[in-house]
Design a protein around this ligand. Structure first.
Ligand code: A3P
Ligand code: MG
Ligand code: MG
Length: 380
């Protein structure tokens, strides 16, 4: 992993300890019964405004407002506004866990334990998106990842660093790909209103700084989790009225014309959609299918809990249990490897497709990610 170490001096992992040095990602090793996953519970919410400013409330929450199901296809033009009504979040700015840590610092009392040495009652703190990447790892053939992990006062914090390959891809992203990304956000604007009974306003600006995030508590096997994830909207008419079940995840995808295309979509794309929504207990995913001209030619709704029924007919498909068992094994691996409680110590876990997960150790390096204000606020 020399290319990831950059300027920092890598400590060498102790070779005399019993802790394993790598973790295999081979799916067959994790093909066991579905592990225990406690029903995700919402602990809180926060919002990021048009300038990426933090607010400890739900001001950015939007309301699901689909077009009437009767009648012709919705007639959404996903390219509209790309040139003149688009404010794009700067991609090179690393936020790390900052916003989530701010929420934790402001809501410590809710998470407190009797144990003075362990101020937060959770084994792990991270973003939902990081866990999504862990879940899909056994089936991922394209993109590797880098996760920095620090043990601080009894809780393991996981924060992603961009890989060299991902940075290059981001910097060389084609115009076509940039427009496709915009189209995903534009679809949200067509499907969401600002009030429970409102109607969408597609004449507005798409600003990708804006976000509404839910903070979720759950447990996978013997690992307690606190994570946050961005939520697209809530359905005021949901059959499951309480968060997080009432939340709806919106997605776009290329329209499919053949059973082979649909099978490929199930194998490669639905795994990511499922993992992203299953983790926080979001019960519905609504897909907008893009035609070649950027219009939406159809909508399809998926119930997250029923996705496994769609894929189990296909023996070459992914298995939800493999994803979850791998995640549990990964978290157990972190617990055995990262045992020194120290906010300046980072274990960097790296994975590339075709390889097992490995790690390097970095003291006082550019990988330190817990901000001083956070370390101080939890030490007080
Ligand atoms: P689609 O996924 O509908 O294409 P999310 O679906 O998670 O709410 O994200 C909203 C949009 O952000 C996506 O819409 C996509 O356009 C863009 N996006 C999210 N994650 C991305 C990634 N890893 N790479 C590129 N674009 C991404
Ligand atoms: Mg989103
Ligand atoms: Mg979405």
């Amino acid at each position: 992993q020399e290319d990831h170490e950059g300027e920092s001096k890598a400590k060498h992992p102790k070779t005399d300890s019993k802790a394993p040095l790598t973790l295999s990602v081979t799916p067959s090793l994790y093909d066991a019964p579905f592990p225990f996953y406690r029903r995700p519970a919402e602990m809180g919410q926060f919002s990021l405004d048009a300038k990426r400013g933090f607010h400890g409330d739900a001001r950015q929450l939007r309301y699901y407002a689909p077009p009437p199901s009767e009648g012709p296809s919705p007639g959404f033009d996903l390219r509209d506004g790309y040139r003149d009504r688009y404010v794009r979040r700067g991609g090179g700015i690393r936020e790390g866990l900052e916003h989530l840590l701010k929420w934790i610092a402001q809501n410590r009392k809710q998470l407190q334990t009797e144990d003075k040495g362990r101020p937060l009652n959770t084994d792990f703190v991270t973003w939902r998106g990081h866990l999504t990447k862990v879940l899909t790892t056994p089936y991922e053939a394209q993109e590797g990842w880098l996760f920095a992990v620090t043990l601080f006062r009894g809780t393991l914090y996981i924060s992603e660093f961009e890989t060299e390959a991902a940075r290059k891809q981001r910097e060389q992203r084609s115009e076509l790909l940039k427009e496709l990304m915009y189209m995903g956000y534009k679809f949200e604007q067509y499907m969401c209103a600002d009030t429970p009974d409102g109607i969408p306003d597609p004449t507005g600006v798409v600003n990708t700084n804006e976000a509404f995030c839910t903070v979720i508590r759950s447990r996978l096997g013997n690992h307690s989790l606190l994570f946050s994830g961005e939520v697209d909207c809530t359905d005021p008419r949901s059959p499951w009225p309480d968060p997080p079940s009432c939340y709806v995840e919106l997605k776009t995808s290329k329209v499919m014309h053949s059973p082979a295309q649909r099978r490929s979509f199930y194998r490669h794309k639905l795994i990511k959609w499922w993992a992203q929504s299953f983790l926080p207990g979001v019960s519905r995913i609504v897909a907008g299918y893009r035609g070649p001209d950027g219009s939406v030619v159809g909508l399809e709704s998926f119930e997250t809990m029923k996705i496994f029924q769609l894929i189990r007919e296909d023996p070459g498909c992914w298995k939800p249990a493999v994803c979850m068992n791998f995640c549990a094994a990964f978290l157990a691996f972190l617990k055995t490897v990262v045992t020194e409680d120290n906010p300046k110590l980072v274990h960097l876990f790296a994975w590339d497709p075709g390889h097992p997960v490995s790690f390097t150790v970095h003291q006082d390096s550019q990988y330190c990610f817990l901000p001083d204000w956070y370390v101080e606020s939890l030490s007080a």
